[in-house]
Design a protein around this ligand. Structure first.
Ligand SMILES: [Fe+2]
Ligand SMILES: [Fe+2]
Length: 176
């Protein structure tokens, strides 16, 4: 395939490679939360985290495909070991919420960089992630709120566990 003048800069390409790693780490973290929930018998929370794992993997692959498309070089790095256990379902979801806020910060910094470099294609590409982060933060924080409201009551935990078991992974549709 011909690579023209639209090739991505090294700086942006580095930042996308770092983000591929961050999304794969997110997937790994949520898989670890899934394992924790499964070990405690919270299979609904576990399956919700399983869907989250799939989503994060797809986020990484979307960056991967974009980098290839823009003539950048994909460089995979080591994925750090995730935390393995939490004190309660609330603590696990709070950790997920804090992590999503961290990812939002990273995406915003990437948009800043793409704007600085006047790379309009990347600014446009990143818009999907900006919107996705709003959704991600809001869905996790809603669960945190419900668990907080329940104040660790097993009844509330079990009810929510059942409710969240219904989540299904729906892959993002490629628009172009
Ligand atoms: Fe993500
Ligand atoms: Fe996420």
């Amino acid at each position: 395939m011909e690579r023209g003048g639209n090739m991505i800069s090294k700086k942006l390409s580095d930042s996308i490679n770092d983000q591929i790693n961050a999304e794969l780490y997110s997937a790994y973290l949520y898989l670890s939360v899934r394992a924790y929930f499964e070990s405690k018998g919270f299979c609904g929370f576990g399956s919700w985290m399983g869907v989250q794992f799939q989503e994060e993997t797809s986020h990484a692959m979307k960056f991967f495909d974009y980098l290839v498309e823009r003539g950048g070089k994909v460089e995979l790095k080591e994925i750090k070991e995730p935390t393995k256990s939490w004190d309660s379902p609330l603590a696990a979801f709070e950790a997920a919420y804090a992590h999503e806020k961290y990812i939002t910060g990273r995406i915003n910094a990437m948009v800043d960089l793409a704007m600085e470099e006047k790379d309009h294609a990347t600014v446009s590409f990143l818009r999907w992630y900006v919107d996705e982060q709003v959704e991600e933060e809001s869905s996790v924080s809603a669960i945190v709120d419900k668990l907080k409201y329940g104040q660790g009551s097993p009844g509330v935990e079990l009810m929510l566990d059942k409710e969240l078991s219904g989540r299904i992974f729906s892959p993002a549709v490629k628009e172009n």
